[in-house]
Design a protein around this ligand. Structure first.
Ligand code: AMP
Length: 178
């Protein structure tokens, strides 16, 4: 019997305990990147719910969101724009801060990355608490864009990231409940 995409991903993603700090079970996507057939099927699955949704731009979140967002943009035939850590982008930027467990962080985008009225799909590898994706959505909206949804490879359902993205369309290929 052929394994489903979810079975293949679950078998390929590598769980790394206590990285980058004690108590975190890190979902290492590098074995997925190393499997071109799996990547091809994964990118197709991450794009699929948004075919016909009028997406005009993809925004990938630094840094692993770039690895999935760019091939998705190629498949949709739309521009890709990065949301980056502060100080990385060379042109005029706007920024959004968001709270993590013990600190706050900032994401920046070029002010000309998405024009007014753009229909933007946000892409990242993992949805955990949802803070990163929610900040990216707010930043896109401040730049004049509309957020069509957020597409991720993995959702850590037990962290309830969807709560921070309430009212937004969120698509995860694999959801872990523990
Ligand atoms: P959050 O803002 O809590 O949703 O965290 C999402 C961001 O942190 C994404 O950019 C992920 O790449 C990364 N991340 C959070 N938790 C994990 C995890 N357990 N394994 C891998 N990446 C994670």
């Amino acid at each position: 019997m052929t394994a489903t995409l979810i079975e293949r991903l679950t078998a390929t993603l590598r769980d790394v305990p206590d990285f980058p700090s004690p108590g975190i079970l890190f979902k290492d996507i590098t074995p997925v990147l190393a499997d071109p057939a799996l990547m091809r099927d994964l990118i197709t699955a991450m794009v699929a719910p948004y075919l016909g949704a009028g997406v005009t731009h993809i925004v990938g979140v630094e840094s692993r969101g770039f690895l999935f967002g760019m091939p998705m943009a190629l498949q949709l035939g739309v521009p890709f724009a990065p949301a980056r850590k502060p100080g990385k982008l060379p042109w005029y930027t706007d920024r959004e801060s968001y709270d993590l467990e013990y600190r706050s962080d900032v994401l920046e985008m070029h002010t000309d990355a998405v024009g007014a009225g753009a229909r933007v799909l946000v892409v990242d590898d993992v949805l955990a608490t949802g803070g990163t994706a929610a900040a990216t959505c707010r930043l896109i909206e401040r730049l004049g864009g509309n957020v069509v949804g957020a597409s991720v490879l993995v959702e850590l359902g037990f962290l309830h990231g969807r709560v921070r993205l309430a009212g937004r369309d969120v698509h995860a290929v694999v959801t872990f409940q523990a």
